[in-house]
Design a protein around this ligand. Structure first.
Ligand SMILES: NC(=O)c1ccc[n+]([C@@H]2O[C@H](COP(=O)([O-])OP(=O)(O)OC[C@H]3O[C@@H](n4cnc5c(N)ncnc54)[C@H](OP(=O)(O)O)[C@@H]3O)[C@@H](O)[C@H]2O)c1
Length: 236
């Protein structure tokens, strides 16, 4: 058993975020999820929030604080892809992905930080991607946003590490969700051939890493990048 915490997962209505929320509930935490559409899993408080809008994130935190208490574990999971090759990528396609994946994470963690400092406890878990450090054609926008989360977590560790707050990155490989189902079959086959585990990952396998990072056993782990990718990124 681990200490019960108040956990927020962004983008908890589907995919990896939903699986993380389910696992956190099973671990005995009080769990809130943000969603733009739909609902989080049974047992979670669902609040509306748009990652590109700081006011909506502020309102979501205020509602969670009123119903569950201050947020102690933040899982910044909401993210998008808008894949295309550099020469075809518009500036809007670049900045919209950065705005959701990177600036959205900044908005969420900044809003959470005061409460974490006050409680002298915090676990910040950022959902990056293997392609942040591995690179991927057609994903200059996405991989840039995901690589930046490593610097984010490490700078946060240096700023707040002395106040009982840790910040870590999970770097999933190819996980079966709506996001990856949208990839062309040929690209899916190519990925599969380069994954040493010879299979795609399951959302529950990301949730397991998040569960560990939120738990008592991970108190001295900070600034780490934890790959959950079947060996694709070879530890990066
Ligand atoms: N699947 C993979 O193989 C893989 C691999 C590496 C990393 N990741 C990362 O893992 C995270 C989750 O991915 P997934 O595969 O579960 O994706 P998904 O099934 O496409 O779900 C994305 C989630 O993010 C939310 N979201 C997107 N843009 C948002 C915005 N502007 N404001 C608020 N919420 C927003 C979505 O909400 P709505 O339902 O309302 O759109 C949804 O809950 C992402 O950060 C992704 O980059 C995934």
């Amino acid at each position: 058993m681990t200490t019960s915490r108040t956990v927020l997962v962004t983008g908890g209505n589907r995919g990896i975020g939903r699986a993380i929320a389910e696992r956190m509930i099973a671990d005995g935490h009080r769990v809130a999820v943000t969603a733009r559409s739909g609902e989080g899993p049974e047992g979670a408080l669902t609040v509306r929030a748009e990652m590109t809008d700081a006011a909506s994130i502020d309102a979501a935190f205020t509602e969670i604080e009123a119903q569950l208490g201050p947020v102690e574990v933040v899982v910044a999971n909401a993210g998008i892809t808008r894949d295309t090759l550099l020469l075809r990528m518009t500036e809007e396609e670049f900045t919209s992905v950065i705005d959701t994946n990177l600036t959205g994470t900044f908005r969420v963690v900044k809003r959470a930080a005061k409460g974490l400092l006050k409680g002298r406890f915090g676990r910040v878990i950022l959902i990056s991607s293997v392609v942040g450090l591995y690179g991927s054609p057609g994903q200059i926008n996405y991989s840039s946003s995901k690589a930046a989360l490593v610097g984010f977590a490490r700078s946060l560790t240096r700023e707040l590490g002395g106040r009982g707050i840790t910040a870590n990155v999970i770097a999933p490989g190819f996980i079966e969700t709506d996001m990856t189902a949208a990839l062309p079959e040929e690209q899916q086959r190519q990925y599969l051939s380069s994954i040493p585990a010879n299979r795609f990952g399951q959302v529950a396998e990301i949730a397991g890493a998040a569960s560990f990072l939120a738990g008592d056993d991970a108190a001295y782990i900070s600034g780490a990048v934890i790959p959950v990718d079947g060996g694709l990124g070879m530890g990066h």
